[in-house]
Design a protein around this ligand. Structure first.
Ligand code: ADP
Ligand code: MG
Length: 855
């Protein structure tokens, strides 16, 4: 819609266009996140609700999209900006580029989806000779003026002109240290000249001395930063569409580095590492906010700061409480204190560890402050998967400590325990990972340019920075173990070594880290099996089950596995004859016997029948009253190819490639299962499902086989083709259960091997190149919608036949929501996906349809 308007209005001039791209905080509607970006929307909401946000305005994402599309800034945009600037001057009583009370600005990026630290921000913009002198006079502090000037110059040269920023910092350092008795104007002139020389040497260009030019340059740089390498990498990784664009927030500056008490910090309304309902965060006395966020200084914990400044932090606490209630979520808030006055600069949903997400959601449910489905919303299936991941084995940590392998202890910033090869450079980390190594990336400090290395690594270590630094925030977002602030360690990427005390660990050696305790060990530590469920998680998933009203069966292959999967909350289990035979060592026997006999008429499968009875008895016993779905042997499955010498078998028995081609084999499986069911004493329902059925007549033939077998095992059909699905109404007449395999159906629609839907390549590259508009691993393809709807309708008309969906691999929340919407309520998932799936289906009833599959 807005896109169309632009085209339509392209030829119009002045006033009308001026309405379009810029909105003051006070006039923006905070619900329009796509237009305002997350940061802009947050500031609009803070302003509307009367929280102390410094005033400013937002250039919408429409402008950025227009810049990306046309390569130039929309005509009239800058005029519109200047109009808003005039209003801002009036509002603040300050003047931009002039004394006596100069208005300085921050120019901040802010996309509709949080991309912390990926794009650029310029602070302290609006410095020239006159404002510098005025700042020195107003603050009574020439050093403050110098600090502001140098920071601006450094950020501008780095972000707008593409320099390193370091040259400026170095050039200025001397002069600031020896500020001497010069007056403010002289100090400004010397500093400005020195800084300009440094940038000119480095990038061949100067920082504009005219504040309005500075503003224009910074706005354009923020637009450009949407497509910088790290932002693009981040979007690829998180599957964020590249066409959203960023908004630009232009805001009046407040100063944490001016007078006392001043400072800046980041606060979380609850602990984002553990979920503990206490304010958590950091505060840097006398710092500008970027010092905290960039991790260039190690700040103090909020709890300490609160003891020193109780009144101020009581106010902060009460605002956090009100905001959490307003948003119904745990928030991450950037704030600055200028001479005792508190300002909020940013508010957003807090990135949190899986542990914290679950604890928080459970607390929200207990506190009953939100609709129950809202409490589940921030928890993801991926987080539950993460929570069940392996840890260091019992006693491994104390043994390593006793053996003197503890190298150092930093700040645990993102929990999880891992071992891996130490690598000190992001590019080298990526190289090693490509060659199959598992890597821990250690850096003096991580900056957003390290992102690709962080994504590739299993864990992250930094020497400086606190729990809210870039490394920490990104690691939590990636759910990777991370230790920051290892102050005792010296990390030298160029030398390829990490040293602590006298010990040196070279790149390529193994280290282990604990992202909760902050410990870093030399060498590898033994790992355990995944951790057991916790009570918070049980509470949450119980609620999810109630909301979804689905039955979720988990895939198993052994009796022990049955117990685990039922313990995870599965309502039943699914397994297959070939898997069970393979894991008990009987499959080769069967294949050998088939290859030895080679004659259908005299085929003797009694040993096989007995074998099936034997291996299934303990499985059915373990399942007790729970339902068991067994898939019949499938010699032509994609996965079976290598396993079962399929080519040879199919040469001798071409009948094996059609579902009911060899009734004797089906009879043997049915009879074996019936015996196993009898002996096991388990009372649950058991069915045998046959794959690749695509015709009601096949289903009728199967039903006939089961009648002859006369046991309490039912028959089901397992549809893998569009034909089968489209004829499901007829098939349902003849079956007790129909299963549909989502992955196989999707692959059939695309005509690619189903196994490619379980791997990253080649589809990652394919999607990135834009060659398909739905990623079948993450979304149901629109071509399949109609077919699935037909199946759901058929199922509804045949209540005696149940219809279930088999999902293999990690359960995609989007796929789960689509299937739920279409009407499916019975699912079978991999054994370790039972809990993630319970959550995904719990969220499904309140999930809105997604706009596009690839997004
Ligand atoms: P990011 O998206 O990377 O967090 P921000 O736009 O939030 O970038 O800016 C980085 C830091 O700059 C903020 O954490 C904040 O402390 C500081 N900052 C931004 N705007 C202002 C302002 N108006 N006054 C003071 N500090 C600011
Ligand atoms: Mg920020």
């Amino acid at each position: 819609m807005s896109e169309l308007l632009h085209v339509g209005n392209g030829a119009r001039s002045g006033a009308l266009e001026a309405e379009r791209f810029v909105l003051a905080f006070g006039e923006a509607d905070h619900r329009q996140v796509r237009l305002l970006g997350g940061k802009g929307a947050g500031l609009a909401r803070l302003t509307a609700e009367g929280f102390p946000a410094p005033p400013g305005f937002i250039i919408t994402t429409d402008a950025c999209r227009s810049v990306t599309a046309t390569g130039t800034v929309p005509a009239g945009l800058f005029t519109e900006v200047l109009e808003h600037l005039t209003t801002l001057e009036r509002h603040t009583g300050k003047s931009f580029g002039a004394g006596p009370s100069p208005l300085l600005l921050s120019v901040r990026s802010g996309a509709p989806v949080s991309m912390p630290g990926m794009m650029d921000t310029v602070l302290n913009l609006g410095i020239n000779r006159e404002t510098a002198v005025a700042i020195a006079e107003a603050s009574g502090d020439r050093r403050f003026m110098a600090d502001v000037l140098v920071r601006f110059h450094r950020m501008y040269s780095e972000i707008v002109l593409g320099g390193s920023g370091e040259a400026v910092a170095e050039a200025a350092h001397e002069l600031v240290e020896h500020a001497g008795p010069r007056d403010a104007a002289e100090l400004h002139d010397e500093l400005w000249a020195a800084c300009q020389r440094a940038v000119l040497d480095e990038v061949g260009e100067e920082v504009p001395a005219e504040p309005r030019e500075q503003l224009r340059g910074a706005i354009e740089a923020v637009f450009r930063s949407w497509n910088n390498r790290r932002a693009v990498t981040y979007r690829d990784f998180h599957r964020i569409p590249h066409d959203l664009g960023t908004a630009v927030v232009v805001q009046s500056m407040v100063f944490g580095n001016l007078g006392s008490p001043s400072g800046s910090g980041v606060v979380f309304t609850r602990n984002p590492v553990t979920g503990d309902p206490q304010l958590y965060g950091e505060y840097l006395e006398g710092g500008q906010g970027e010092d905290v966020v960039a991790g260039t200084a190690t700040p103090e914990q909020i709890a300490y700061a609160a003891r020193r400044l109780p009144v101020l932090f009581d106010e902060l606490r009460s605002q956090c409480g009100r905001l959490e209630a307003l948003y119904g979520d745990v928030l991450d808030i950037e704030f600055t204190v200028e001479r005792g006055r508190l300002y909020l600069l940013q508010v957003r949903s807090a990135k949190r560890t899986p542990e914290a997400a679950i604890r928080i959601a459970a607390d929200f449910l207990r506190e009953a402050r939100l609709p129950r489905s809202d409490a589940l919303a921030p928890v993801t299936a991926a987080q539950i998967r993460q929570l069940e991941r392996p840890q260091f084995a019992d006693g491994a940590v104390s043994a390593a400590r006793a053996a003197g392998r503890l190298l150092t202890t930093g700040v645990g910033a993102s929990p999880g325990q891992v071992s891996g090869t130490l690598v000190l450079d992001p590019d080298r980390a990526v190289k090693r990972v490509v060659h199959g190594e598992e890597v821990i990336l250690a850096r003096p400090i991580t900056s957003p340019v390290d992102l690709h290395g962080m994504i590739a690594s299993r864990g992250i270590v930094t020497a400086t920075g606190g729990a809210t630094s870039h490394a920490a925030v990104v690691a939590r977002a990636l759910a990777k173990p991370c230790v920051v602030g290892c102050g005792e360690a010296t990390i030298e990427p160029d030398q390829g070594r990490l040293s602590v005390g006298g010990r040196v660990i070279a790149e390529g050696e193994t280290i282990s880290i604990d992202g909760l305790s902050g410990e870093v060990f030399a060498g590898a530590l033994p790992m355990t099996a995944p951790a057991a469920a916790n009570p918070d998680l049980s509470l949450l998933l119980g609620e999810a089950d109630r909301l979804a009203g689905c039955r979720i069966m988990g895939r198993v292959t052994t009796p022990e596995h049955v117990a685990t999967v039922l313990d995870r909350g599965a309502t039943g289990v699914v397994t297959s004859v070939d898997d069970v035979l393979a894991t008990t060592g009987h499959l080769n026997e069967l294949i050998d016997s088939l290859l030895a006999q080679r004659d259908l008429d005299t085929l003797d499968l009694t040993r096989m029948e007995a074998g099936i009875a034997e291996v299934f008895e303990p499985i059915l016993r373990a399942a007790g009253a729970a339902e068991v779905g067994v898939r019949a042997i499938d010699f032509q499955a994609d996965e079976a190819r290598e396993l079962m010498q399929q080519t040879q078998l199919l040469t001798f028995y071409p009948q094996l490639s059609v579902p009911v081609g060899m009734p004797a084999l089906l009879r043997a499986q049915l009879a074996g299962l019936i015996t196993a069911a009898k002996r096991s004493g388990g009372g649950g329902r058991v069915h045998l499902a046959v794959r690749h059925v695509s015709d009601p007549r096949e289903a009728r033939a199967l039903r006939e086989l089961s009648r002859q077998a006369e046991g309490r095992v039912q028959v089901g059909t397992y549809l893998t083709s569009p034909r089968g699905a489209l004829l499901s109404a007829g098939i349902a007449e003849e079956s007790d259960v129909i299963w549909l395999e989502v992955r196989v159906m999707q692959a059939a629609m695309f005509g690619i091997p189903p196994r490619q839907l379980l791997t990253q390549r080649p589809l990652d590259d394919y999607v990135k190149r834009g060659l398909i508009d739905t990623d079948p691993r993450h979304a149901i393809d629109p071509t399949l919608h109609g077919i699935l709807t037909a199946v759901a309708t058929a199922a509804a008309e045949h209540p005696r036949c149940e219809v279930g969906m088999r999902l293999s691999g990690p359960v995609s929340e989007e796929i789960a929501a689509t299937l739920y919407r279409i009407g499916f309520r019975l699912f079978a998932v991999d054994g370790d996906e039972v809990r993630p799936a319970r959550l995904a289906f719990g969220k499904a009833p309140s999930t809105e349809p997604a706009a596009s599959g690839v997004a």
